[in-house]
Design a protein around this ligand. Structure first.
Ligand SMILES: [Zn+2]
Length: 506
């Protein structure tokens, strides 16, 4: 019998809460840090009769920024639709959403996938209001409703069914989250429910072109849950295909985090008919008219910043960062902005010194890889972990101090043992670098007279190593330098020590 080979097809629907001052259709604050329930509410977001929604153009600006950044097509005339359904978290009995004409059609997100670079196509991005939040007690005895979230602006981003695996789905979501943060349109924090995901998955025999009925897994609230739920579904659906019981209709399932399985929620037949129709309380949106109200598409497009994927490629090419370092840096816009600023300052410094001869460009070309390596290493592996212990991050680092510190290391004025102590003193204890450097316990020993005896002693006590050096293994000098550093508590000038060894052993 021919073995049944199946392939996976995944499509995602992402809800992203938009960062704005006020809600989508009323002036209530959209403060995400709030913990007290039902204090950011008004008759509009409570859906009381006799009120009219007023459209918040700030939310529109943000969805347009994302649409333009992802190269989607803007529908120049658009409107809102009513999505009618009954649920306790929906006070009006309908949700103001978009159906027939979303603001954005198409677009794509480029990801570094397991199969190399892939362009994940989007079907649409539309704007809608969020529902209130339903909170259920752990014993299922009561439920409570928090309307602070009702009416918060929400984007729905729908991909084409073009993702091939759970890992690819996770990579896509991570990239989308980073993009949203870069563009400053959403905090996109999954734990806070600002970034929520439904995943559609179906299987089909390899080579088949048509799509088969899909399963929608609702409300996945972490990247791990997305991956785990999709993995589970692949196993469940593969078994159904092997038994010739593959799904005949589309269905909806939930994800049980504790049991690590999906469970049926409702089948296609009982999905409500939403009876969409154009929202009569809001005028349609014509972008030619909006230009007068400060929403200028050309201007928005001109101001789109470099996206993380492009920036990562540029950083690797420009500074030779390892891909591990580039990934750590790129995920946090504050951090990558910081290191780029530091490198600009370091460039200014190195071209103004006379360590190397040449034009500014030549000097920078010769030194930039080493400087970037030292900078990334001290920032990522030494300074950030140190600050983290204190509950601080890159925002607490003074750029000037950091640059001064890197210069010391690059010029080899301090050993790395000493550097670690100094790092702690200037960034955690907030001490002054020049004062530290003047102190006798730190001050570098850079006089030949003070070092030559120690160098000679090290030579005398390490005859084996010295023999190796004399046989041409010149790299062993590093070991000898290390011995001198140990004896001087890291205060000896390593460059000078090296020169002394070379002289003594020649
Ligand atoms: Zn309100």
């Amino acid at each position: 019998m021919k073995k049944l080979e199946l392939e996976t097809i995944i499509g995602l629907e992402i809800h992203l809460e938009i960062k704005t001052k006020s809600k989508l259709f009323c002036s209530c604050s959209n403060n995400t840090k709030l913990t007290e329930p039902n204090v950011q509410i008004c008759p509009i977001c409570l859906g009381q009769p006799g009120v009219l929604p007023v459209f918040n153009k700030e939310a529109l600006k943000n969805i347009l920024i994302l649409g333009l950044a992802l190269k989607g097509k803007i529908n120049l005339i658009s409107w809102f639709d009513r999505k009618n359904y009954f649920y306790p978290d929906l006070p009006k009995g309908y949700q103001i959403s978009q159906y027939s004409l979303p603001f954005i059609k198409g677009g794509c997100v480029e990801i570094d996938s397991v199969d190399g670079v892939r362009k994940i196509s989007l079907e649409r991005i539309h704007l809608e209001e969020d529902t209130a939040k339903l909170i259920h007690s752990s014993d299922d005895q009561w439920s409570s409703l928090d309307f602070n979230r009702a009416g918060v602006p929400l984007m729905e981003i729908v991909t084409e069914p073009c993702l091939k695996s759970p890992i690819e789905a996770k990579i896509f979501l991570q990239e989308l989250r980073t993009i949203a943060r870069y563009l400053n349109i959403s905090e996109a924090d999954m734990e806070k429910g600002q970034f929520r995901c439904d995943a559609n998955i179906s299987l089909r025999p390899k080579g088949e072109k048509k799509y088969f009925p899909k399963t929608e897994i609702k409300n996945l609230n972490s990247f791990k849950a997305v991956g785990d739920a999709l993995e589970y579904e692949i196993i469940r659906q593969t078994k159904l295909w092997q038994e010739k019981k593959q799904p005949k209709i589309s269905s909806t399932r939930g994800w049980d985090e504790k049991k690590k399985n999906t469970y049926p929620q409702r089948s296609k037949e009982d999905v409500q008919d939403y009876r969409y129709f154009p929202e009569p309380d809001l005028p349609s949106i014509d972008f030619n008219e909006l230009k007068k109200e400060d929403i200028d598409l050309e201007l928005l497009e001109k101001n789109i910043i470099e996206l993380p994927g492009t920036r990562k490629k540029r950083l690797i090419q420009m500074y030779n960062f390892s891909s591990v370092d580039a990934n750590i840096l790129i995920e946090n816009k504050g951090l990558v902005d910081f290191i780029e600023e530091a490198l600009v300052k370091l460039r200014e410094w190195i071209v103004s010194t006379d360590i190397i001869d040449g034009t500014e460009e030549e000097i920078w070309e010769t030194s930039k890889h080493q400087i970037s390596k030292v900078t990334a290493n001290w920032l990522i592996n030494r300074l950030l972990p140190l600050l983290k212990k204190d509950g601080k991050n890159e925002k607490d680092i003074s750029l000037e101090k950091f640059v001064e510190f890197i210069v010391l290391i690059y010029e080899k004025k301090i050993s790395s043992t000493l550097a670690q102590t100094i790092l702690e003193r200037i960034f955690v204890k907030d001490e002054n670098l020049s004062q530290i450097m003047d102190h006798p316990s730190v001050k570098q020993i850079d006089s030949e007279d003070n070092l030559i005896d120690i160098v000679r002693e090290v030579i005398k006590n390490n005859q084996d190593t010295v023999d190796k050096y004399k046989q041409g293994k010149h790299q062993v000098v590093q070991y000898l330098i290390g011995q001198v550093m140990k004896k001087t508590n890291g205060q000896a000038n390593p460059k000078l020590v090296q020169e002394l060894f070379e002289k003594e052993l020649s």
